[in-house]
Design a protein around this ligand. Structure first.
Ligand code: DSN
Length: 430
């Protein structure tokens, strides 16, 4: 009898096809990427690096890893690449271990300003084992506060400065970060996980001329399998000639054991895909779609994502919007907004984006339609008296979900969304 898991995978495939995937860090991979991920390469142990393994039988695995490294160097135009990190967080840990001794100062954008956990958030390794200092975005325009960053850097003399965001709808100016890093002698690292596809497509400035090290996940705008790349620039090699061996030692034995060879092979395929001219068109369309969607929702986006404040509906209601949109077949995530007036668990915004929709071939006119559904859903929850965290009811989230699940208007929107979404092919499925 087939495992129950296959029926669950079928249900998830249905959700991915008949819904609108708008979490900006998600995407659809190609059939070829899926095939490599589901291949016999998962059977092999290969601790170490090509030509330097602890196990026999790695002749082919060495070729796969070397090929992936070569593709990464070619795509990003860098002299060194490491492809074994399981995902973004372990890759950021490896970079931090390679650059800093425990207890040294790392600086990154605060989580509540749209940074990442591993850039110095409380409870993450980055502040447990290192001295983490966070910079913020400005309260008025939500853009990075470079004057605060400069004064914090001068005061705390960080060994490492992160540039990188997870909920930031504006372009980054790497030159400004470089200037500050140089003032204090810090290693500048770009975590461009969210925007890598945009960089490759030429719609965002490349960090390569400005930073020492780059970390990117491979599964967001890059449209590959889950995984990560660590890249070292010419500038980075000059700053620390030992950096390559430090990164290797941090990956293994520092953090990881055997690499996931099926994942490495799937990354190689996604890098081949990103090297094709069609990828540039894809990146351009992502940002065009996001700009139109943002405008329709009354805000702006210069990238692939939109951070929408819902304070005009009430404080801390992001979860209500997330659940209501989910009932309508639209997947987004609740998110804090800069200067969050409520709490990280019950934040006042939602985060949404266009990479996955663009992979299905959707264009600007489709964004106008999708924005109209989102606005209808938000209007619908405005009119409902949903249970709130402030009610101090233990089961208030369950009660919100139950009430939204009964809602006829949301069901009606869901039908429209399903019929619309079902018409667009899904890479890897259709
Ligand atoms: N979880 C990722 C995101 O959604 O942005 C960041 O690691």
């Amino acid at each position: 009898m087939a495992s129950k898991v296959f029926e669950l995978i079928r249900q998830e495939a249905h959700r991915q096809k008949y819904g609108l995937e708008m979490i900006p860090s998600e995407n659809y991979v190609s059939k070829e990427v899926l095939s490599a991920m589901g291949s016999i390469l998962t059977n092999k142990y290969s601790e170490g690096f090509p030509g330097r393994r602890y196990y026999g039988g790695n002749e082919v695995i060495d070729k796969i890893e070397n090929y992936t490294i070569d593709l990464a160097k070619k795509l990003f135009k860098v002299p060194a690449a490491f492809v074994q990190s399981y995902s973004g967080s372990p890759a950021n840990m490896a970079v931090t271990m390679a650059v800093c001794e425990p207890g040294e100062v790392v600086m990154g954008l605060a989580l509540l300003s749209g940074g990442h956990l591993t850039h110095g958030a409380k409870l993450s390794f980055s502040s447990i084992f290192y001295k983490a200092i966070n910079y913020d975005v400005r309260g008025d325009d939500w853009k990075i506060d470079f004057s605060q960053l400069e004064s914090l850097a001068k005061k705390h003399k960080p060994k490492l400065i992160w540039t990188g965001t997870t909920a930031y709808p504006f372009k980054l100016d790497y030159r400004k970060f470089r200037r500050i890093a140089d003032m204090v002698g810090a290693t500048l690292v770009a975590d461009c996980s969210h925007i890598t596809g945009l960089i490759i497509g030429g719609v965002h400035q490349s960090p390569v001329p400005f930073v020492d090290i780059i970390m990117t996940t491979t599964h967001k705008t890059l449209r590959g399998p889950r995984g990560a790349l660590i890249l070292v620039t010419e500038r980075g090699l000059k700053k620390d000639p030992e950096i390559k061996s430090k990164i290797e030692r941090a990956i293994i034995p520092g953090i990881q054991g055997g690499p996931h060879n099926h994942q490495t092979a799937a990354i190689a395929i996604s890098l081949e895909e990103a090297l094709k001219p069609s990828f540039k068109k894809y990146a351009i369309q992502i940002t065009r779609n996001a700009a139109v969607l943002a405008k329709e929702l009354g805000t702006v986006s210069e990238t692939h994502l939109i951070l929408l404040s819902l304070t005009n509906y009430g404080y801390g209601l992001g979860y209500q919007a997330q659940y209501a949109l989910e009932e309508a077949g639209i997947t987004v995530n609740k998110n804090t907004i800069p200067g969050e007036p409520a709490s990280p668990f019950y934040p006042s915004g939602i985060r949404l984006g266009t990479p996955a929709l663009t992979s299905r071939g959707m264009k600007e006119k489709n964004m106008i339609k999708i924005a109209s559904w989102i606005k209808r859903v938000l209007e619908e929850i405005r009119g409902l008296d949903l249970p709130k965290e402030q009610d101090k009811r233990k089961d208030f989230l369950k009660a919100v979900k139950a009430q939204l699940h009964q809602n006829k208007n949301l069901k009606k929107i869901r039908k429209e969304v399903e019929s619309f979404a079902g018409k667009f092919p899904v890479p890897g499925m259709d």
